[in-house]
Design a protein around this ligand. Structure first.
Ligand SMILES: [Cu+2]
Length: 146
Protein backbone atom coordinates (compact mmCIF):
# COMPACT_ATOMS: atom_id res chain seq x y z
CA UNK A 1 0.00 0.00 0.00
CA UNK A 2 2.72 2.47 0.98
CA UNK A 3 4.54 1.65 -2.25
CA UNK A 4 1.50 2.68 -4.26
CA UNK A 5 1.19 5.97 -2.35
CA UNK A 6 4.89 6.66 -2.92
CA UNK A 7 4.53 6.00 -6.63
CA UNK A 8 1.53 8.32 -6.88
CA UNK A 9 3.39 11.02 -4.95
CA UNK A 10 6.36 10.75 -7.29
CA UNK A 11 4.12 10.95 -10.33
CA UNK A 12 2.39 14.07 -9.01
CA UNK A 13 5.71 15.67 -8.15
CA UNK A 14 7.05 15.02 -11.65
CA UNK A 15 3.92 16.54 -13.11
CA UNK A 16 3.90 19.69 -10.97
CA UNK A 17 7.57 20.68 -11.25
CA UNK A 18 8.03 22.40 -14.61
CA UNK A 19 10.59 20.86 -16.89
CA UNK A 20 11.33 24.24 -18.45
CA UNK A 21 11.88 27.49 -16.61
CA UNK A 22 9.27 30.15 -17.08
CA UNK A 23 9.72 33.61 -18.48
CA UNK A 24 7.76 36.38 -16.80
CA UNK A 25 6.19 38.99 -19.06
CA UNK A 26 5.44 42.19 -17.14
CA UNK A 27 4.99 45.96 -17.25
CA UNK A 28 3.41 45.78 -20.70
CA UNK A 29 2.34 49.09 -22.17
CA UNK A 30 0.59 49.59 -25.48
CA UNK A 31 0.93 52.92 -27.26
CA UNK A 32 -1.39 53.01 -30.26
CA UNK A 33 -0.24 54.63 -33.48
CA UNK A 34 -1.74 57.85 -34.69
CA UNK A 35 -4.23 57.30 -37.49
CA UNK A 36 -3.20 54.29 -39.54
CA UNK A 37 0.35 54.23 -38.20
CA UNK A 38 1.45 51.13 -36.30
CA UNK A 39 1.40 51.07 -32.53
CA UNK A 40 4.20 50.01 -30.22
CA UNK A 41 4.43 47.80 -27.14
CA UNK A 42 6.99 48.23 -24.36
CA UNK A 43 7.58 46.01 -21.35
CA UNK A 44 9.94 43.74 -19.46
CA UNK A 45 10.68 40.04 -19.83
CA UNK A 46 12.39 38.28 -16.94
CA UNK A 47 14.13 35.01 -17.75
CA UNK A 48 14.24 32.71 -14.72
CA UNK A 49 15.93 29.78 -16.43
CA UNK A 50 19.57 28.67 -16.37
CA UNK A 51 20.13 28.42 -20.11
CA UNK A 52 19.86 31.11 -22.76
CA UNK A 53 16.51 31.42 -24.48
CA UNK A 54 15.03 33.57 -27.21
CA UNK A 55 11.75 35.35 -27.86
CA UNK A 56 10.91 34.14 -31.36
CA UNK A 57 7.41 35.55 -31.94
CA UNK A 58 4.52 37.47 -30.45
CA UNK A 59 1.14 36.49 -31.82
CA UNK A 60 -2.28 38.10 -31.48
CA UNK A 61 -5.71 37.31 -32.94
CA UNK A 62 -6.32 41.07 -33.17
CA UNK A 63 -3.16 42.38 -34.80
CA UNK A 64 0.07 41.50 -36.53
CA UNK A 65 3.04 41.89 -34.19
CA UNK A 66 6.63 42.35 -35.35
CA UNK A 67 9.83 42.26 -33.32
CA UNK A 68 11.82 45.42 -33.95
CA UNK A 69 15.09 46.87 -32.82
CA UNK A 70 16.85 50.19 -33.34
CA UNK A 71 20.12 50.37 -35.19
CA UNK A 72 22.50 53.17 -35.99
CA UNK A 73 22.93 53.44 -39.78
CA UNK A 74 25.05 56.29 -41.15
CA UNK A 75 24.54 58.21 -37.90
CA UNK A 76 20.75 57.80 -38.10
CA UNK A 77 18.77 55.56 -35.75
CA UNK A 78 16.53 53.29 -37.76
CA UNK A 79 14.07 50.56 -36.86
CA UNK A 80 14.74 47.10 -38.16
CA UNK A 81 12.64 43.94 -37.97
CA UNK A 82 14.42 41.01 -36.33
CA UNK A 83 13.62 37.31 -36.00
CA UNK A 84 14.23 37.11 -32.25
CA UNK A 85 15.39 38.76 -29.03
CA UNK A 86 18.01 36.95 -26.93
CA UNK A 87 17.12 36.22 -23.32
CA UNK A 88 20.10 35.71 -21.01
CA UNK A 89 19.60 33.77 -17.76
CA UNK A 90 18.98 36.05 -14.82
CA UNK A 91 18.69 39.13 -16.99
CA UNK A 92 15.72 41.21 -18.03
CA UNK A 93 14.93 41.95 -21.64
CA UNK A 94 13.65 45.50 -21.83
CA UNK A 95 11.25 46.51 -24.57
CA UNK A 96 11.70 50.23 -24.63
CA UNK A 97 11.62 53.40 -26.66
CA UNK A 98 14.78 53.58 -28.75
CA UNK A 99 15.61 49.92 -28.16
CA UNK A 100 13.98 46.55 -28.74
CA UNK A 101 10.21 46.86 -29.01
CA UNK A 102 7.10 45.23 -30.44
CA UNK A 103 5.37 46.87 -33.38
CA UNK A 104 1.60 46.50 -33.77
CA UNK A 105 0.16 46.47 -37.30
CA UNK A 106 -3.43 46.11 -38.55
CA UNK A 107 -5.02 46.42 -35.11
CA UNK A 108 -8.55 45.07 -35.33
CA UNK A 109 -11.17 46.36 -32.90
CA UNK A 110 -13.83 43.71 -32.43
CA UNK A 111 -15.59 45.55 -29.64
CA UNK A 112 -15.00 48.53 -27.38
CA UNK A 113 -12.71 48.15 -24.40
CA UNK A 114 -11.51 44.76 -25.55
CA UNK A 115 -7.91 44.19 -24.53
CA UNK A 116 -5.29 43.08 -26.98
CA UNK A 117 -4.39 39.42 -26.45
CA UNK A 118 -0.71 38.58 -26.86
CA UNK A 119 1.04 35.22 -26.92
CA UNK A 120 4.79 35.34 -26.44
CA UNK A 121 6.57 32.35 -27.98
CA UNK A 122 10.04 31.28 -26.91
CA UNK A 123 12.63 28.88 -28.25
CA UNK A 124 12.64 26.81 -25.03
CA UNK A 125 10.32 28.24 -22.37
CA UNK A 126 6.56 27.66 -22.44
CA UNK A 127 4.52 30.29 -24.28
CA UNK A 128 3.02 33.11 -22.22
CA UNK A 129 -0.42 34.52 -23.08
CA UNK A 130 -1.47 37.81 -21.57
CA UNK A 131 -3.95 40.63 -22.18
CA UNK A 132 -2.88 44.22 -22.57
CA UNK A 133 -5.22 47.20 -22.20
CA UNK A 134 -5.91 49.25 -25.31
CA UNK A 135 -6.00 52.95 -24.45
CA UNK A 136 -9.27 54.70 -25.28
CA UNK A 137 -7.55 56.88 -27.88
CA UNK A 138 -6.96 53.86 -30.11
CA UNK A 139 -10.66 53.02 -30.14
CA UNK A 140 -11.60 56.48 -31.29
CA UNK A 141 -9.14 56.24 -34.19
CA UNK A 142 -10.52 52.91 -35.29
CA UNK A 143 -13.86 53.77 -36.82
CA UNK A 144 -12.98 52.38 -40.17
CA UNK A 145 -10.65 49.64 -41.17
CA UNK A 146 -10.41 48.20 -44.64
CU1 LIG B 1 9.40 49.45 -34.74
Amino acid sequence: MSQIIWAVTLALFAFVVPARADIIVQELEFRPGIGERPGVIFGRLTHQGAVPDQLIAVESPDARIELHTHELQSNVMRMRRVTGFSLAPGEDLLLTSGGHHLMVFDLLRKQDKMPLRLTFRFENAPAVTTDIAVPAKAEAKRHHHH
